[in-house]
Design a protein around this ligand. Structure first.
Ligand SMILES: [Zn+2]
Length: 78
């Protein structure tokens, strides 16, 4: 049983590989240069622990949902 599960893990689909890549580093590096904090236009960094983008100046987290960063100020989020 355990061996079968291991075999299944070995044959990853493209989607699984993509997801793995996304969870490691969800956005291309070029995107970090384009994206800026909507509040202060400052630089943003990836926060691995929260799986979110973090503005260094405001200390505001911008969550990444399904690979898409939600670049909205906290008071504009539903
Ligand atoms: Zn900011």
């Amino acid at each position: 049983m355990a061996t079968k599960a291991h075999e299944k893990r070995k044959t990853q689909t493209c989607e699984e590989v993509m997801w793995y890549t996304m969870t490691q580093d969800p956005l291309p590096k070029e995107l970090y240069e384009i994206l800026a904090c909507p509040m202060c236009k400052g630089d943003i960094a990836y926060n691995k622990e929260k799986t979110a983008l973090l503005c260094r100046k405001c200390k505001i987290d911008y969550p990444i949902k399904e690979g898409i960063p939600i670049m909205l100020p906290p008071d504009m989020r539903v």
